[in-house]
Design a protein around this ligand. Structure first.
Ligand SMILES: [Fe+2]
Ligand SMILES: [Fe+2]
Length: 187
């Protein structure tokens, strides 16, 4: 489990923020309004925490390690995960591109955000389920001993980079704020 523990924990944060995003999009659909104030924190979180921090550790450390131990990239699970990271970036870019127009009341821009946002939520939930249930299970089995020591050192190297640490702490605080706002604990 040590191989994938911290990535699995980050998945839990990402899934909670996806739940928040789903509620925010449903509110926009109902009200016919999609403001920049509502949407920009989500774009910042998905770009920062999910992509720059979490996907970076997968792409730069875990996946190369798995590839070196025989799990294939092309036509295999790693290639599939990388393609899905890229698809996610495209969805987030399209959402970001439409925010200004949606904020000023352009209905088509709002509908584009709803469409891209809902597709992104589905993509990322399925992606995380595949990593947790398949790829990370394989990783936990095969990365052991010196390979595991090297991998965890690699994660720590990435995490100690000043830019990473700054984005991670800013986006973690953002996630806490979004979760409190959209998913308050039941009384
Ligand atoms: Fe991933
Ligand atoms: Fe992941």
């Amino acid at each position: 489990m040590e191989t994938t523990n911290r990535l699995r924990q980050e998945h839990q944060v990402i899934l909670r923020v996806l739940d928040c995003f789903e509620i925010a999009l449903a509110n926009s659909r109902e009200s016919g309004r999609a403001s920049a104030e509502l949407l920009e924190p989500f774009v910042e979180f998905f770009r920062g925490f999910a992509d720059k921090c979490h996907h970076c550790k997968e792409e730069q450390r875990l996946f190369p390690q798995l590839e070196s131990q025989g799990i294939s990239r092309e036509g295999g699970p790693i290639g599939c995960m990388l393609r899905e990271h890229e698809m996610g970036r495209v969805h987030v870019q399209k959402i970001s591109d439409a925010i200004e127009a949606a904020d000023s009341g352009d209905e088509n821009a709002m509908l584009r955000i709803l469409y891209e946002g809902e597709a992104f939520i589905e993509l990322l939930r399925n992606h995380i389920a595949k990593e947790d249930g398949v790829l990370f299970e394989m990783a936990d089995q095969i990365v052991q001993g010196a390979d595991l020591t090297q991998l965890t050192r690699g994660y720590s190297e990435v995490e100690s980079e000043p830019v990473y640490a700054d984005i991670y702490s800013r986006c973690s605080a953002l996630a806490d704020r979004l979760i409190k706002m959209y998913l308050p604990p039941k009384a």
